[in-house]
Structure formats: structure tokens, C-alpha cells
Design a protein around this ligand. Structure first.
Ligand code: NAD
Length: 296
């Protein structure tokens, strides 16, 4: 048991993650701006507080799961004004690398330990407690965090120092965005050439074209029955979230001087897709845009 855990941000991901901490025997106090999120978390055993300040009172560990860097900086600034030195802060949100570094610096100024620990695995993984955590921070921060993260995930990787978790997350998701676009293009080309979806899948999924985007998440219905293509492209992982991560990768590429032309192309593609009103669909629905169905 970690002592008392405060959990700020009880949305689609944070809610079930906090519920798994409770299931693991932890005492969890939580806060979210949304009443509906608070209600759902309360039903799973989280004690809801009236403010960030009230939620972190007496907590040894504080977990945040928020939309973007600006929310994390604002909440960490607020809570660090109250947190006792030595408190462990774990941010599981997906945010830009620069804000992650700033958050770590704020924690250090207040004598607190901090870890950036974004996740992959989506809402299904959050509910099942099977998330992968990519962590960045000191060895001390990691070893104190690991038993807590294990209650919410099955794979915990220490990627390096402050910010390394966010770096790993956006690099991974840039691969995912690019490979999904590439796999979608291949299926659309195959259609034009009279190739059946199953034939292309049977070859590419066992040959040098294999990757998660085809083998586990095939963007056409049929070959992988569990993929969102078989369920009207209901997410899964929404195109809007994919666009967010691709844009974070482009920001990081710009600020670090890396050249990522395919990542840039994927960000542009998903940007257009979202503009046409498809942000709420699964990101694999990009195949419909590539095929040209967005026009009608
Ligand atoms: P969400 O919008 O469902 O939840 C975010 C919650 O933060 C909301 O309930 C909101 O009310 C709350 N919030 C915002 N500002 C706050 C504040 N100042 N104080 C307290 N609460 C505040 O989003 P989500 O899907 O849970 O995603 C959370 C993070 O996880 C994001 O960074 C996202 O990119 C990342 N992520 C999401 C998924 C996914 O599949 N949904 C997968 C991996 C990573």
C-alpha cells in the first residue's frame, strides 16, 4: 500500500485507473471539474473531494490524468503550493515534452519527486488494468511509482530521465499514425488492383509488411474480427487523439531539430480528416478518407 493516493482527472482514462487503485487496496481521494466523472469515480470507491487542494490533503502520492500540458502545469502549480516535500507526483497524461520538463522542474523546486508516465492501451486497457506505462524520471521516483503503476498496468518501462516517457509515447504513436496511413494506402491500392482484402492481409501480415496496424488493427473489415473496421469504426483510439499525438510529435521534432517528413505528412492527413468532422471515429477510419469516401 502506498499510503494515501490523490487522483486528479477522473475522465475516460483516469476514472477506471483510479478504480483499479481502489481494487488494489489503496485509499484514493479524487477530484475532477466534471460532475459526471466524479459521480462515476465515487461509484467505484474513490472518495471525491471538493477541490484539488482538498483531494491532496495528507496524500503521499498524487496522480494526474489530464487533457494537455497547460492543464498539467496549472494543476501541478496549484497542488505543489500545498504538497509536503517528498510527495511523489506521477503525471500519466499525454503532453508535450517541454511542458513535461517544466512540470518536473516545478516539482524539484518544491522538494517533490516526479515521474512522467504516459500510457498506451486506451480506455479498454485502463478498465482492465493492462496499460503500458512509459516512464521518465529519477531511479528513486521510478522505484516508488512502480508498485502503484502495476495496479493499473501490466508493463512498466523506465525510459530514462525526466521527459523520457513522453518522448517514448509520441515516438511510438508517430510510428502508429504513419503505419496506419501506409497500411490503408496499400489496401486501397490493392482494391484498385482487384486484390481481395483477405489475400493482401494473408500475405502482408506474415511478410515484411507486417506491423501492429495490419496484424492487430487491420483497417478493413474481415481479416481481424476485433478491429474497429468491423464495428463502424467506433473507437478504440479516436482520430482526434491520434492527431493530438502526431501534433505533439511535430512540436517535439521542431524544438529538437529532428527531421520527420512522414510524421508531418501523417499529422496533415489526420488534420484534414478531423476538419471534415471525423475526429470522433477510430483512427483506422483514415482508410475511408484515403479511398475518397469523405466526399460522399
Ligand atoms: P478526458 O477528457 O476523458 O479526461 C480528462 C479529465 O480531466 C476530464 O474529466 C476533465 O474534466 C478533467 N480536468 C481537466 N482540467 C482539470 C482540472 N483543472 N482539475 C481537475 N480535472 C480536470 O480524457 P481522457 O481520454 O481520460 O485522456 C486523458 C489523457 O490521457 C490525455 O492526455 C490523453 O491524451 C491521454 N490518453 C488517452 C487515451 C484514450 O484512449 N482516451 C489513450 C492514451 C492516452
Amino acid at each position: 500500500m502506498a499510503g494515501r493516493i490523490a487522483f486528479i482527472g477522473l475522465g475516460n482514462m483516469g476514472g477506471p485507473m483510479a478504480a483499479n487503485l481502489v481494487k488494489g487496496g489503496e485509499t484514493v481521494s479524487g477530484f475532477d471539474l466534471s460532475e459526471a466523472s466524479c459521480k462515476a469515480a465515487a461509484a467505484s470507491g474513490v472518495t471525491i473531494s471538493a477541490s484539488v487542494r482538498a483531494a491532496i490533503e495528507g496524500a503521499d502520492v498524487i496522480v494526474t490524468m489530464l487533457p494537455a500540458g497547460r492543464h498539467v502545469i496549472s494543476v501541478w502549480t496549484e497542488l505543489l503550493a500545498e504538497a509536503a516535500p517528498g510527495t511523489l507526483l506521477i503525471d500519466c497524461s499525454t503532453i508535450d515534452v517541454d511542458s513535461a520538463s517544466k512540470a518536473h522542474a516545478l516539482a524539484a523546486e518544491h522538494g517533490c519527486l516526479s515521474l512522467d508516465a504516459p500510457v498506451s492501451g486506451g480506455t479498454g486497457g485502463a478498465a482492465a488494468g493492462t496499460l503500458t506505462f512509459m516512464a521518465g524520471g529519477s531511479a528513486d521516483a521510478f522505484s516508488r511509482s512502480e508498485p502503484i503503476l502495476k495496479l493499473m498496468g501490466k508493463r512498466i518501462v523506465h525510459c530514462g530521465d525526466a521527459g523520457a516517457g513522453q518522448a517514448a509515447k509520441i515516438c511510438n504513436n508517430m510510428i502508429l499514425g504513419v503505419t496506419m496511413a501506409a497500411v490503408s494506402e496499400a489496401f486501397v491500392l490493392g482494391e484498385k488492383l482487384g486484390l481481395s482484402h483477405q489475400a493482401l492481409f494473408d500475405v502482408a501480415s506474415t511478410s515484411s509488411g507486417q506491423c501492429w496496424s495490419i496484424n492487430s488493427y487491420c483497417p478493413v473489415p474481415g481479416p481481424v474480427p476485433t478491429s474497429p473496421a468491423n464495428h463502424d469504426y467506433k473507437p478504440g483510439f479516436s482520430a482526434a487523439l491520434m492527431l493530438k499525438d502526431l501534433r505533439l510529435a511535430q512540436e517535439a521534432a521542431l524544438s529538437s531539430g529532428a527531421t520527420t517528413p512522414l510524421g508531418a505528412q501523417a499529422a496533415q492527413l489526420y488534420g484534414l480528416f478531423e476538419k471534415l468532422g471525423h475526429g470522433g471515429e477510430d483512427f483506422s477510419a483514415i482508410i475511408n478518407f484515403i479511398r475518397g469516401e469523405q466526399a460522399g
